[in-house]
Design a protein. Sequence first.
Length: 370
Amino acid sequence: MSRSHTVAHTATLSVLLVCFVLTGCHSSSKNPTPTIAFSKVAAAYQESPYNADIFERDYKTDMIEGRATGARPGQRIVLYAKTDGRWGVCRQSGQPFTNIETDGRWKASVHLGIQYAALLVDPAYNPPDQTESLPIVGNGVVALAVVNGEGAAPVLPSPKILNFSGYEWTTSAGPIFHAGSRNFFDPANVWTDERGALHLRISGSPGKWTAAELKLTRSLGYGTYRFQVRDVSHLEPSALLTLIAWDGVGTESARRELDVELGRWGHLDNTNVNYVVQPYYVPANYVAFRAPPGLYTHSFRWEPGKVTFSTVAGSGNTVGARVINQHVFTSGVPSPWGESVRIALYVFHRGPIPLKNENEVIIDKFEYLP
């Protein structure tokens, strides 16, 4: 072979190599990255954030439309609306999926939200019914688009970050459902004092109560979680303090959650402490009892297939401290899943005794022991 032929041959191989490195010299144009675009956006949810008389999912509906490009056969659209602090899937005839027409167009009904999201998903994808954070691209989600609702939406306060017991926490803001009751959460109702104790408050007046919630900004996993709580016997029957670990996914009646619930659920004469491994309606997952007035340390020791709840008088660190109650759950105990600790004080609006006054609780310390 002559030198000129060798040079030409080498140049040809170099061009081919570059083509392969650049994904096949124009082959990328045959398989474009899938995209989703909105062509008609539903109206923004405009319900008063203080309205506690509506029930979860009791929202008006509107139409939303768009187009998917680059979708493969069998892929579909999942639509979400963000309302009251969470993204809820918008079902079509009972199904969470919206079909894509041959020209890429899709059209569906959604319940009103502040924002809307469209996910292009694979045929086997199983979307969560509710979630605080949208799924990301990957693991069955091919593409994602988010848009604000049309028109003015309620202006909500901004969350704030604070430090408590050596951990970083973020506050909740705006209307959120807890235990079937809708509360408006105001970051101003959460603060720490000069000694580092955490204060949570229900403030306002009848018809316009605001509640308090904060959550840990990191996940801790298996271990012991302790909450040193000052006397809460002064709480009105419809004021609830909850100490939980949850990942933000799932409905009120079906999610992976560990709870210590302090309150009387709107009744004057009732138990005032609940231990729960959600879902609460499974008898083996629920224990209720009455604790007398006093300072207590409520805790749960979370292990594989087992969680031990306990309530101890005092700080919980004294040898021989009086144990008020202890219970071991072995049914339905979840494994770590990206959960965060959440502490909330809010109003249970569905009880027979409505809240009359502002309420406040103080938590001196939170501890985590691996």
